[in-house]
Design a protein around this ligand. Structure first.
Ligand code: PLP
Length: 322
């Protein structure tokens, strides 16, 4: 969906009009992919707009920057406050949040040390990433012919723009072959993740997900889903998983800020389980969506309200009266 092209973008400490949020073609990031970024979501809850796991996203942003020896001009607290300010300024009830830290304009060459480390925060409205229908019916996906980057090449713990060159190959290949997503293996042939989402499998009521060492981005939704699953009494194992487990799983699903929790209906044209959303996927979706929509109590403190005050007081008094 094309951008509306309106509203404000935060750039290096100032709110500027969408149309004016520009950088020079000679900026380092354009030539060398030298950026780290985040993707978070703000939801419209009965107690006001709330960002899901904002602190975890901002922590990962600063971790990514550290891995790439980038020092943002503002600290994490200031950047977090800027996210909330930008949401208030744009009057979004719900939106996707994209903070980005990038090497800017000064000189060009592989060594970025003479270029400034600039930052921006942009927001837009973004619905179900693989379509609303996929949330219920599931997505048809394929194992990608592209693998994730080998260890000690492109660090997968950093959410770096450079990593998304690989993601684009996975995604475009899947779409060209008529699938909605691709699942990448790591260089040893074990399951890794989708182009922009983590993967879970269910067999005999146990949940399995590839570990951090399988070239995955350590997803914040992945962590949240592991917590929710354990809260619901399920066992979760983070393990190296062979590709063929996909074909004999009872259920499979993607998780991520964009896809939220999206069932996988088939892999390589082989039906997963009964070829529709399974009961454990559905239970996890129900709990997850109730938390992000503010319907179920936020017992893990995952929601940050955009306009504190009345909504937070309501939350505290609701807790106090329990
Ligand atoms: C490659 C990749 N893996 C996994 C994820 C899921 O991470 P999160 O749940 O933090 O959005 C994303 C999304 O950012 C991603 O791009």
């Amino acid at each position: 969906m094309a951008f509306s092209g309106t509203g404000k973008i935060w750039m290096n400490g100032s709110l500027v009009d969408w149309a004016d949020a520009k950088i020079h073609i000679a900026s380092h990031v354009i030539h060398y992919g030298s950026a780290v970024f985040e993707g978070a979501r703000c939801y419209d809850t009965p107690r006001g707009s709330a960002c899901f796991q904002l602190d975890a996203h901002m922590r990962r942003l600063y971790d990514s920057a550290k891995i790439y020896r980038m020092e943002p001009q503002v600290d994490r607290q200031t950047m977090t406050a800027a996210v909330l300010e930008t949401i208030r300024e744009n009057k979004f009830k719900a939106c996707y949040i994209r903070p980005i830290v990038y090497r800017g304009y000064n000189t060009l060459g592989v060594d970025p040390s003479d270029c400034p480390v600039d930052s921006a925060i942009l927001l837009w409205e973004w619905g179900a990433y693989l379509g609303k229908e996929a949330l219920e019916r599931g997505a048809d996906v394929a194992v990608s012919s592209w693998t994730r980057a080998a260890a000690n090449t492109f660090p997968s713990l950093a959410k770096s723009s450079a990593n998304y060159a690989n993601s684009q190959l996975i995604k475009m290949g899947a779409l060209a072959d008529g699938y909605s997503e691709g699942i990448a293996l790591d260089t040893a042939g074990y399951l890794s993740e989708g182009s922009g989402q983590n993967l879970f499998l269910v067999r005999d009521e146990v949940l399995y997900t590839p570990p951090v060492a399988a070239a995955i981005l350590p997803g914040i939704t992945r962590n949240s889903v592991i917590t929710i699953a354990r809260d619901l009494g399920f066992q979760v194992r983070e393990d190296m998983l062979p590709r063929e487990l996909l074909y004999i799983a009872d259920e499979a699903f993607f998780v991520g800020t964009a896809v939220e929790i999206t069932p996988i209906r088939s892999v390589d044209k082989i039906l997963v389980g009964k070829g529709r959303r399974g009961p454990i996927t559905e239970a996890l979706q129900a709990a997850f969506f109730d938390i992000i929509n503010g319907v179920r109590p936020d017992t893990h403190g995952w929601l940050t309200y955009v306009s504190p005050g009345a909504p937070q007081k309501a939350l505290q008094s609701a807790h106090a009266s329990q």
